[in-house]
Structures are given as structure tokens and as C-alpha cells.
Design a protein around this ligand. Structure first.
Ligand SMILES: *Cc1c(COP(=O)(O)O)cnc(C)c1O
Length: 458
């Protein structure tokens, strides 16, 4: 049995290191078309078995041209990090150990690692002592977790038990967010039964910061159960809502303040940048990702809640056959996450934090921001390019004379395989967005990408 694993895992490790060691040479984008990939991977359901080594080798060979080199230092799409070596290795072990981290009983070490990593993150971000947390698949699920806690809390204060009574006949809940909220907020609200119609939208400025005067005007209405969703790091511009001013507005209204800080909250780890999220600790809940700026492999999001009672009340579940609680009150993740059976996703987060330390996280965040700035400055050497707005953190928005040129140049750079970036719309015009979120990205990667843009633009 062990021999089976010896061979397949050794081969797999070689395939993995081959992939990592060729990242600098290979095209960043995929080279196969959809049809080619279907052709390479498809066929009828196999009738019989195939040895594991052959399965892995054939899988790796067939997928190769359809892989995007996301771990490459020149992948700048969305806000996607890579995997730190310690986090990738811990993620492999997570698979091999195969703990079911839903219950302490099915993975005591996994539960304690989550406890420790949760406390490290709380300390790193300066969130209130005693806050509860949940390791979840991503920021989307973190919103769902936090907003379920918020829903419980604001309705409980209005005398309604939403876990029992649902939303039929419940007091109306007012939910406020800005025009520039991330779409995952809307989906969390839909899943929680509020619908998107339950949302009061306030304006934001050009950079994407919530108009706090407009928020105050909304909250000035008659008292009502209220949830406010603010943002630390707008997905296009990286702009931060004024969290202190928003917390000031929420307090007299008794509103629950939730912060979407998918990537942006990581500035709290940087002494040089944490002023951008000043006031973050005054919120009631926070959702962010480890799979973005901390460079932990997917899936890795985290929900924090300043109030453990509503968090637990909203999520907790039990059945006679489960083994919950016990010596020294261990923590069962099923009481805090929307998942049930679940991967022990705390291991890679723990490994990333252990490998970087407080200083390493700050350096990673600072370095990405410095490289984004270097790219923005370097655009001066790219004919016809123009930076849009200001570089707040690790995102750069830029464009060319007209939408057609912007689209053409972006296409040419992506097709060259030198870098991968995506387009977006800003103020009704096309723009290119570059996000530096990868621990590997170097000054050389930035220069190579600028050279690719110079070649495409001339
Ligand atoms: C990426 C992102 C999300 C969604 O996070 P997932 O981890 O993909 O679920 C939410 N909000 C913001 C601001 C983001 O950048």
C-alpha cells in the first residue's frame, strides 16, 4: 500500500516542481483552446481501472496547455495571490492527512491550529479580543457567515428569533451598502433571504469610497434593525471607505457594521499602510481572504465577528450522532461555519503566518504596493498610456487614448504570454487593471511587463 503512494507522490512532486521551475519561461496565459482541451481530456467514461501513476501523468500532460500560470510573478489578474512554499506544502499535507475539520473529534490538531491561526490573525489585524472567527472557502462565504450573525443580532434586538421564525413576518431589516460594493455582498443578501431589493444603496465617489453624508442621511430615518456593509479595498481602485466616519454614523443608529476587506484588510498588517483602514477595529464583523494577499492556496477565506454569541447562534447546528464539546470545551467548526464536513483549511493559513511572521506579512503587503507604484510610474515609458485615478495600494488602473486602443493593447500583451491582466470599465470607459498580489512578483517582472506594453502600444 505505502509503495503505491511512494511512487505516485514522488512523481507528483516532480511534476509540481517542474511546473514551478518553468513559470518564468512559459506563457502566462493558456495556450490551448476550449475545443482542444475537451479533445485532450474528454472521451467516454473509462470502463476499467488505470494505475495511479499513469492517471496523474496523463492528467498533467493533458492539462498543461490549459493551465494559467497564476503562480507566475507576471500574473496580475483580479486580486489573485499565489501559494507561499510553506502554505503549498501544508496544503498537500492537509490533503494527505484528510481530517474532517467540522468536528474537533475528527481532527483535534486541525481544530487547535484554527484556534491558533485565528488568534494570530486577530492580533495581526488588531481586532477586538474575544472575537469569534471561521475559516471558510472564501470571502463570499465569509460574508454569508458574518451577515447571518448580523441578521440574528439585529432581529434579536427587535424581539425576533430569525433562526426559528425565518423572515416571514419578521421586522424589516434595512441593509445599506455603496454603489461600489462587491457583488458577493448582493449574493450573500440573496442567500440570507433579504433579496437585492432589501438593499439601500448609497453613492460613492469616483475612487469608490462610500459617501458617508449619504449614509448618515439614510440612518437618520426612524430606528430600524440595520446592517451597514462597508469596504476596505475596492476591487478596481483599491480605495478604502472611511471606516472611522462610518463607525461614527453606525453607532447612534445601533447599526451592525460589516467590513468587506477581501484583500484590503491586509493593510492592517503593515505599519506604513494601516492608516488606510483606520477604524476597522470598530466594526462588528469582517470578511477577508487568505487566498488573495496572504498567498495561501485556494480555498481560504476568513470571517471574524466581534460578537461570538450571535455568530454561534446563527450558524450552530447539532444532531444526536455527532460528538461535540468535551474536555476543556474544544471548538467544533460546524458551530461557526456554514459548512459541515470540511477541509482542514487552517493548516495552510497557519503555515503561511508561521513562515512569514508579523514582519514578513508587512513586507509582503508593502512590497506589492511598491511594485504597483513602480509599474504606474513606469507607464510614463509606454506611449499613449495614462494612469486612471491614484494608486492606493496594490491596484493600478490605466488606459490608452480610446477604448479600442485599450482593448487592442491589452489583447496583444495577453496574447504575447508575457503577462496576464484583465480589463474593466471605469466611468463608462475601458481600462486595464493590474493587481500585484503575488509574493513572487519582482522588479524584473514589472520591467518585463512594461516592456510588453511598450511593444504592444508602439
Ligand atoms: C475577491 C473579493 C471578494 C470575493 O472573495 P472570494 O474569496 O472570491 O469569495 C469580495 N470582496 C472583494 C472586495 C474582493 O476583492
Amino acid at each position: 500500500m505505502e509503495k503505491d503512494f511512494d511512487e505516485v507522490l514522488a512523481r507528483t512532486a516532480r511534476i509540481a516542481t517542474d511546473w514551478l521551475s518553468t513559470l518564468e519561461q512559459r506563457p502566462v496565459g493558456e495556450t490551448a483552446t476550449l475545443d482542444e482541451l475537451r479533445e485532450r481530456l474528454g472521451g467516454p467514461l473509462p470502463a476499467g481501472p488505470m494505475p495511479p501513476v499513469q492517471v496523474v501523468q496523463e492528467l498533467a500532460a493533458a492539462t498543461e496547455p490549459g493551465l494559467v500560470a497564476i503562480p507566475s510573478g507576471r500574473y496580475f489578474g483580479f486580486v489573485i495571490g499565489a501559494g507561499l512554499p510553506a502554505a503549498v506544502a501544508a496544503d498537500w499535507l492537509t490533503t494527505v492527512w484528510d481530517q474532517n475539520a467540522g468536528l474537533y473529534a475528527c481532527g483535534p490538531a486541525a481544530a487547535v491550529v484554527e484556534e491558533v491561526a485565528g488568534e494570530w490573525l486577530r492580533e495581526l489585524f488588531g481586532l477586538p479580543a474575544g472575537s469569534s472567527y471561521a475559516f471558510v472557502p472564501g470571502c463570499q462565504t465569509a460574508h454569508l457567515t458574518c451577515l447571518a450573525a448580523a441578521r440574528h443580532h439585529v432581529l434579536r434586538q427587535a424581539g425576533w428569533n430569525v433562526e426559528e421564525g425565518g423572515l416571514n413576518g419578521a421586522p424589516a431589516v434595512r441593509i445599506v451598502a455603496s454603489t461600489r460594493r462587491h457583488i458577493t455582498i448582493d449574493r450573500a443578501l440573496r442567500l440570507l433571504g433579504f433579496g437585492t431589493a432589501g438593499l439601500t444603496v448609497v453613492p460613492a465617489d469616483d475612487a469608490g469610497r462610500m459617501d458617508v453624508a449619504a449614509l448618515r442621511a439614510v440612518l437618520a430615518g426612524p430606528p430600524q434593525p440595520t446592517i451597514v456593509c462597508a469596504q476596505a479595498g475596492e476591487v478596481n481602485t483599491g480605495a478604502f471607505d472611511d471606516l472611522d466616519a462610518i463607525a461614527d454614523a453606525c453607532a447612534p443608529a445601533g447599526a451592525w457594521l460589516h467590513v468587506d476587506g477581501a484583500f484590503g484588510l491586509w493593510v492592517l498588517a503593515s505599519p506604513a499602510l494601516r492608516h488606510l483602514a483606520a477604524g476597522a477595529h470598530r466594526a462588528d464583523s469582517w470578511a477577508f481572504d487568505a487566498h488573495k494577499w496572504l498567498n495561501v492556496p485556494y480555498d481560504s477565506g476568513i470571517a471574524f465577528c466581534a460578537h461570538p454569541e450571535p455568530h454561534r447562534a446563527a450558524l450552530s447546528t447539532t444532531a444526536d450522532y455527532l460528538v461535540q464539546g468535551g474536555d476543556g470545551s474544544p471548538r467544533d467548526a460546524i458551530d461557526w461555519t456554514p459548512g459541515f464536513s470540511r477541509r482542514a483549511c487552517g493548516f495552510p493559513v497557519y503555515a503561511a503566518l508561521r513562515s512569514l511572521g508579523r514582519q514578513g506579512v508587512a513586507d509582503l503587503v508593502d512590497r506589492c504596493c511598491a511594485l504597483a507604484r513602480r509599474f504606474a510610474d513606469g507607464l510614463a515609458t509606454v506611449p499613449g498610456s495614462q494612469v486612471v485615478g491614484e494608486v492606493v495600494v496594490n491596484q493600478v488602473l490605466f488606459r490608452f487614448a480610446d477604448d479600442e486602443t485599450t482593448t487592442r493593447v491589452l489583447r496583444a500583451v495577453v496574447d504575447s504570454g508575457e503577462a496576464w491582466l484583465s480589463g474593466t470599465a471605469v466611468g463608462g470607459r475601458r481600462a486595464i487593471r493590474l493587481s500585484v498580489s503575488n509574493w513572487r512578483t519582482s522588479g524584473e517582472d514589472i520591467e518585463r511587463t512594461l516592456a510588453a506594453f511598450r511593444a504592444a502600444a508602439s
